[in-house]
Design a protein around this ligand. Sequence first.
Ligand SMILES: [Zn+2]
Length: 368
Amino acid sequence: MPELPDVTLYVERLAPLVIGETLQGVRLASPFLLRSVEPPLAAAAGRRVTAVRRLGKRIVLALEGGLFLVLHLMVAGRLRWRPAGAVIPGRHGLGAFDFDSGTLLLTEASSKKRASLLLVQGEAALAALDPGGLEVLDADLPSFRAALVRESHTLKRTLTDPAIFSGIGNAYSDEILHRARLSPFKRSTDLDGEETERLFAATRDTLVEWLERLRHDTEAFPEKVTAFRPEMAVHGRFGLPCPRCGAPVQRIVYAENEANYCAACQTGGRLLADRALSRLLKADWPRTLVQLEERQRKQRRGAGAAGAAGGAGADAGVAAGAVAAGAAADAASPAGPGTRSIPAAAAPSAARPARRGRRAGSSRPGSR
Ligand SMILES: [Zn+2]
């Protein structure tokens, strides 16, 4: 999902193209894109753009007359700048914003159409869409600390909660925690003063560094926005060497999310498990890198730990754990066929119903 650095770059590059231009109209290719009813979308046509802003992970086009078009790209939504009147691409196209100077296309390369567009009237209605998270780049250490400890969650969840911190998602939270050398699953309220300072600095430095890198690497309008970049330390780099210590990057998959981390740098060598997964694999689950290596040695000698996860597919209640089990089995690779094949095969079918149910329960449009 485009996060603060990517969304900021979109805003910076879009602004000179559309500010002062008149929005001729909005074409919708998908009826699901528009999530607001009043004012009608037609009310946006014929108005000049007065500003382009970022609101959390959303992009806002401010129109004269106090109207705001609010775009949330979610995971796979992307923007393209094309010559005026450009055709909306058939497969992934969601809509087009037409200006005399060009057309802003919105695409979503995913079967799950989650990107959203809202048209709202007035600053108060716009402010109501703000999840309220702290803008870390504008914040000082005391306000960062206050946001961090307001609720007790894992650091991974705290950093990515848009009501606590603004604009940080799965990718940059992995990078921030690696830079801070903190476990993704440490409680936000358990940090000492030095750790809090380290996390604050890592958060700012990661976001600033990436914004500068994206500005430098992107010549015109951003066309290659992705959450996976080769320069990242751990995000999307499962199994590859940690750039700090060389140990393989680990991964845990939970719900719709995943955390990538270096056990040596961030968790004192411990491999992380969620509770369902721990129950599932019990003694079979390697707790430390040393145990993992021991297990791999045993498996190479033909004494694999097959069968420990045999019930995974039968119990929908541990579906999220089963997904993690797939990842865990991968994490234990190159493991023997015993541990690897069972959870990996059980995970996708067992996981799907539970994940769908979870999503259905959190259907607030564009809430993240
Ligand atoms: Zn490391």
